[in-house]
Design a protein around this ligand. Structure first.
Ligand code: ZN
Ligand code: ZN
Length: 149
C-alpha cells in the first residue's frame, strides 16, 4: 500500500471509515506539477464509504506551500486547506486517493499569491525589487496607484 491507498475492509456499510494521515511533502510534490512547492507535511483527513463497486470519499488536506509572488516573483509562502470530494474505483478492499488529492490541491492554488500583502513588486523600468528600496527610476505615481487598487 502506498501513502495514498486506504483499506476499507473494516467498513461495514453503515458508518463511513475515517482516516487521518500525515504525508511526506516530497512524495506529493509531483502532484503539483511545478505550480507550487510543498514546504511542510500534508495532513490528510478522509472519510470514505463503499457505494456499489465504487468508493465515495470526502475530507481535507492541510499544509503549507510556496509559490512565486505575482508582483516580485520572490517566494510567497502560505498555509492551505484543500477540500477533497469524489469517487474512486474500489480495488479489492482498497482505494487510491491520489487523483482526488491532486485535483483538490490544484483547486486550492491561490490565484494571486503575494510574498506579503503590501509587496511593492518589480520596477517596470529596470526590474529592481522595490521591496529592497528605491531604484532611482522616475516614480510613476499613476502606475503605483493602479497596482495598489
Ligand atoms: Zn512579492
Ligand atoms: Zn527602476
Amino acid at each position: 500500500m502506498t501513502d495514498l491507498q486506504f483499506d476499507l475492509s473494516e467498513e461495514n456499510g453503515t458508518e463511513p471509515a475515517a482516516f487521518k494521515r500525515r504525508l511526506d511533502a516530497a512524495r506529493l510534490q509531483d502532484l503539483l506539477a511545478g505550480c507550487a512547492t510543498l514546504t511542510a507535511p500534508v495532513e490528510l483527513a478522509l472519510s470514505a464509504r463503499r457505494q456499489g463497486g465504487q468508493v465515495v470519499f470526502s475530507g481535507s488536506a492541510r499544509g503549507e506551500w510556496e509559490l512565486p509572488c505575482v508582483r516580485c516573483l520572490g517566494p510567497a509562502r502560505a498555509p492551505f486547506r484543500a477540500a477533497l470530494e469524489g469517487e474512486a474505483p474500489l480495488s479489492g478492499a482498497t482505494f487510491d486517493a491520489t487523483e482526488g488529492l491532486r485535483q483538490a490541491l490544484h483547486l486550492a492554488l491561490p490565484l494571486g499569491p503575494r510574498c506579503r500583502p503590501d509587496c511593492r513588486g518589480l520596477c517596470p523600468e529596470c526590474g529592481a525589487d522595490r521591496n529592497q528600496g528605491t531604484c532611482g527610476c522616475r516614480p510613476d505615481e499613476f502606475a503605483a496607484r493602479r497596482n495598489d487598487a
